[in-house]
Design a protein around this ligand. Structure first.
Ligand SMILES: Nc1ncnc2c1ncn2[C@@H]1O[C@H](COP(=O)(O)OP(=O)(O)OP(=O)(O)O)[C@@H](O)[C@H]1O
Ligand SMILES: [Mg+2]
Length: 130
């Protein structure tokens, strides 16, 4: 499922899609909420820092274990200070700076695949614990 995210209403849509995907993967409620929150933060960053972008939310599976993969892609300015951006409390926009660190904590896998003047691509995965 691919979703363009450039304004707040798309963040709400992304949250709904994330919840459906997490439920379909058999996640329990707290894990569903974790995925929803992570997707929410990535979506909010697309709106706030990248003038929009796209989220891809997909069902994945490894050795019979279901999961959810989220990929955020944009053609924004890139994350100037990646190490800083992954620290709690770092924001270039007067935010709390807790978004990316939360995504990293909430998901089992987190990777900034690329970031630079051509844009940013972030991938995160969560696996079912049941
Ligand atoms: N997609 C993106 N493109 C460019 N820069 C980004 C992107 N996502 C995050 N950043 C940069 O990383 C910083 C940290 O992001 P993070 O989500 O942790 O904090 P925030 O968005 O500033 O505040 P919060 O999410 O707590 O409201 C941002 O301030 C911004 O500079
Ligand atoms: Mg943020």
């Amino acid at each position: 499922m691919r979703l363009e995210v450039c304004e707040q209403i798309h963040v709400e849509q992304a949250r709904r899609i994330a919840r459906q995907a997490a439920r379909a993967a058999g996640f329990d409620e707290p894990r569903c909420e974790a995925v929803v929150l992570a997707v929410s933060e990535l979506a909010a960053n697309l709106v706030r820092h990248a003038r929009g972008g796209a989220l891809r939310i997909t069902a994945i599976e490894a050795q019979g274990v279901p999961g959810v993969e989220v990929e955020s892609t944009d053609e924004g300015p890139g994350i100037a200070d990646l190490e800083g951006a992954l620290d709690d409390g770092f924001s270039t926009a007067g935010g709390l700076g807790s978004g990316l660190p939360a995504v990293r904590r909430l998901m089992d896998e987190f990777e900034v695949i690329e970031t630079g003047p051509q844009g940013t691509r972030i991938r995160a995965r969560a696996w079912s614990t049941r």
